[in-house]
Design a protein around this ligand. Structure first.
Ligand code: PHB
Length: 388
């Protein structure tokens, strides 16, 4: 009798203890968000975080069966501080996954640290080709784009419009240079000629002298990469200088994304190319936009979409490994064969881990980047120099 009672008691304790042990065996997944929360790209960083958190919330706060714990660093879009900043997340906080960042120079330092430490990195914006090119790695992914993708599409559009000469203007760093080069490649292939390439240091906003140079060159068109607060100032200055009336301004769509409220009439009518637009009118996008607006009392932009999709990608990888981030090969294999159901439209991931996606032609009408057609269908970055 005594023995029986003891057995029953033992059984009861094990069956009670089992769920507890299970819960303890899946500690929270540590996600390190390294984004700009200050400076010219601050709004972009916030939108990415909002998008990421929205997807996680829609999944009940868990990805791959694990609750998420966030660690945050403001990278200030400052490349000199990037290695120290990313090591705060990798070494001090010992995060399982890195999400970041906006600025290409900072993201390249993150990619190096991720490659060296083996930490999974999902880049939710920065477009430098090297991240999914020469620096590519099995544990590095991008939910966004390469600079080349939207720029090449715009060069093609500008040449087809019949423009023969163009001046480019951008910040002098990887993102700006690669954007301008992508435009030039397609524009010159289509019979145009880039006659002058103007630059200023990041994040300088003193555009006046360069606008005077554009006026003197009288090109058929101007192509630009600016984003965030710098894009707001550039579009306003371009209109105020009177150039908008005489020389059409084209851009990678970052020029008018998340910025229209501040740019006002100065942005009206501008034509850009990007992998997102404000009125795609798909069920998926409508639901996303409604859910984002409800949560944040803000309209989403391309950065919010990229943050949301970084979380989706993380979820796909984690589901395949049942939350075990140490299974890097299976994690990558799941993403390489995935079709990501993005608000931008479904996309796949190339061998070098960059989205293969449609690039849209958009035109600003009022406060929206209105869809005006597909500029290039399922555009894949060539991933030059990637060996995995
Ligand atoms: C980049 O530095 O890669 C970058 C920054 C802002 C953008 C796009 C690209 O909107």
């Amino acid at each position: 009798m005594k023995l029986l009672r003891r057995t029953i008691l033992a059984l009861a304790t094990t069956s009670l203890a089992a769920p507890l042990a299970l819960a303890q065996s899946a500690p929270k997944l540590k996600v390190g968000l390294m984004l700009p929360y200050t400076g010219t790209y601050a709004a972009l960083g916030n939108a990415i975080e909002n998008g990421f958190r929205l997807y996680v919330a829609e999944q009940g706060g868990k990805l791959g069966g694990r609750e998420i714990e966030y660690f945050k660093v403001d990278d200030e879009s400052a490349p000199p501080k990037a290695t120290d900043n990313v090591n705060k997340l990798i070494k001090r906080d010992q995060v399982d996954v890195l999400i970041g960042t906006v600025h290409s120079g900072v993201a390249m330092a993150m990619a190096k640290a991720a490659k060296d430490s083996g930490t999974i990195l999902i880049v939710p914006n920065a477009g430098a080709g090297a991240i999914t090119g020469t620096m590519c790695a099995p544990n590095i992914f991008r939910s966004s784009f390469t600079m080349w993708q939207s720029a090449y599409a715009m060069g093609d559009v500008a040449a087809k419009k019949g423009h023969k000469t163009a001046v480019t203007i951008t910040w002098k760093y990887a993102a700006g240079e690669e954007s301008v080069n992508g435009f030039k490649e397609a524009f010159e292939k289509g019979g145009g000629k880039v006659v002058k390439q103007l630059t200023l240091p990041f994040p300088n906003e003193e555009f006046q002298a360069l606008l005077t140079e554009i006026a003197a060159s009288k090109p058929d068109a101007v192509y630009t990469f600016f984003a965030g607060a710098g894009a707001v100032k550039f579009v306003k200055d371009y209109a105020a200088s009177g150039l908008k009336k005489s020389i059409p301004l084209y851009g990678a769509g970052f020029l008018t994304d998340g910025t229209l409220e501040a740019q006002g009439a100065a942005a009206d009518g501008l034509t850009t190319t990007l992998h997102y637009a404000d009125n795609l009118e798909t069920k998926r996008d409508k639901e996303f936009r409604l859910s984002y607006a409800k949560s944040y009392k803000l309209q989403p932009d391309v950065y919010a979409v990229q943050g949301y999709d970084a979380a989706q990608m993380l979820g796909i990888g984690l589901n395949a490994v049942k939350g075990d981030v140490s299974k890097k090969t299976e994690f990558a294999a799941a993403l390489e064969k995935a079709r990501i159901d993005s608000p931008r439209g479904a996309f796949t991931i190339s061998k070098s881990h960059n989205p293969v996606q449609d690039i849209y032609l958009r035109q600003v009408t009022g406060k929206e980047n209105t869809f005006a057609g597909i500029a290039t269908k399922a555009l894949a970055d060539p991933g030059r120099g990637c060996k995995m």
